[in-house]
Design a protein around this ligand. Structure first.
Ligand SMILES: [Zn+2]
Length: 297
C-alpha cells in the first residue's frame, strides 16, 4: 500500500466558503491541470482514503517577511501555526497521518519551536524549502539545524528543483548542495522532492551516492516527458529503489499520481521509449517510507 511522503496542510479547517475558493495555474504549467489551493480537512482525509501513511507539513515563512507563506492556511484559527495544523490533522488518524514540522534556520524562536514540535506536537520529521524560505542550504544556521536533526533522528524532506514562485532563489533548491550536507551528516535521512526537477541528473547522482538520501516523484506525472526522463535515468543507474511515492497534495491527489505511474509505460510505448520495469513501479507504490526512515508511530 501507498505511503505518500509529500502532502501539504489543508488551507481550511472547515468547509471552504465559496467566496474563498482559489485556484493556481502556475504550479502545473504546461499541463491541462489547475491546482485548487483551498481545501478543507475533510477534503484532505478523503484524498488520503486509500493510502496507508501520509506525511503532512506546512512551510515555515521567512522570519523577516510575515507575508512569505507558501500554500498558506487562511481558513484556520490564527492561534495555530503550520506545525499545530499538521499535528491537529494527524491526530484525526494518528496511525496513518504523520506530521512533519517546518522551521526557518534563522528564526530566533527555533529552539523553542523545535522542542515544542518534538515534545508536545509529536512531530516526526521536518520539511525545508531553502528556495521558498530564502536560506542558503550550507549556511551556518542551516548546518547547525541538520546536526541537531541527525542527532535526534529526524528525517528531512527538502523541496528541490524549480518552482514558479518569484521571490524564492532557485539556486538554493539545487540538489548539488545536498551532496555536501550528506557527506557531513551521513546518518541524516533526507528526501529530495520532485526528483529535483528539472535537475533530475543531479538529484539521481546525490541519491545514488549517499545511503540515507532518497527522492520522491511528486508533481511529475503531468509532464510525462520530464517524468519519463527522470525515471529512466534513475532506472539506468539502478537507483529506483530509493524513490518514494509522493502526491504533493493539493497539487495532485495520490490517486492521480498512482494513475500517472501506471500510465508511464503507455507513454513510453507510444513514443518508442524504453520501458521502466513494471516491478520497479510496483515497488514504488508499495514502498514503506515510515519503516525505511525509521519513524516511530
Ligand atoms: Zn510540495
Amino acid at each position: 500500500m501507498i505511503t505518500d511522503v509529500h502532502t501539504h496542510i489543508p488551507s481550511h479547517q472547515k468547509k471552504v466558503p465559496d467566496s474563498e475558493i482559489r485556484f493556481d495555474e502556475s504550479m502545473q504549467s504546461g499541463s491541462q491541470f489547475k491546482t485548487k489551493l483551498t481545501n478543507s480537512v475533510d477534503d484532505y482525509l478523503s484524498s488520503m482514503e486509500n493510502v496507508e501513511f501520509s506525511f503532512i507539513f506546512g512551510i515555515a515563512r521567512k522570519p523577516w517577511d510575515a507575508k512569505s507563506e507558501i500554500l498558506s492556511a487562511p481558513g484556520w484559527d490564527k492561534k495555530f501555526n503550520h506545525n499545530d495544523i499538521a499535528s491537529i490533522v494527524s491526530k484525526l488518524s494518528p496511525k496513518k497521518i504523520v506530521p512533519f514540522m517546518s522551521l526557518h534556520p534563522m528564526d530566533q524562536n527555533l529552539d523553542y519551536e523545535y522542542k515544542r514540535c518534538l515534545n508536545e506536537l509529536d512531530i516526526k520529521g521536518i520539511k525545508l524549502g531553502p528556495n521558498y524560505q530564502d536560506f542558503h542550504p550550507h549556511s551556518v544556521e542551516a548546518m547547525n539545524l541538520y546536526s541537531r536533526l541527525e542527532n535526534d533522528n529526524v528525517p528531512i524532506i527538502f523541496h528541490q528543483g524549480t518552482s514558479p514562485v518569484t521571490n524564492a532563489p532557485l539556486e538554493y533548491s539545487h540538489p548539488r548542495f545536498i551532496d555536501k550536507i550528506a557527506t557531513v551528516f551521513p546518518n541524516l535521512k533526507m528526501i529530495l522532492a520532485h526528483l529535483g526537477h528539472p535537475w533530475q541528473e543531479y538529484c539521481m547522482s546525490v541519491v545514488r551516492k549517499h545511503k540515507n538520501v532518497y527522492a520522491d516523484l511528486s508533481a511529475q506525472f503531468y509532464r510525462p516527458w520530464s517524468f519519463w526522463q527522470g525515471m529512466n535515468l534513475f532506472s539506468e543507474w539502478g537507483v529506483l529503489d530509493k524513490v518514494f511515492f509522493g502526491s504533493d497534495w493539493p497539487v495532485t491527489t495520490p490517486q492521480q499520481t498512482e494513475e500517472g505511474i501506471n500510465n508511464l509505460n503507455l507513454y513510453a510505448k507510444q513514443f518508442n521509449l524504453p520501458k521502466i520495469p513494471d516491478e520497479d513501479l510496483k515497488n514504488i507504490l508499495n514502498r514503506n517510507a515510515v519503516k525505511i526512515l525509521d519513524i516511530k508511530i
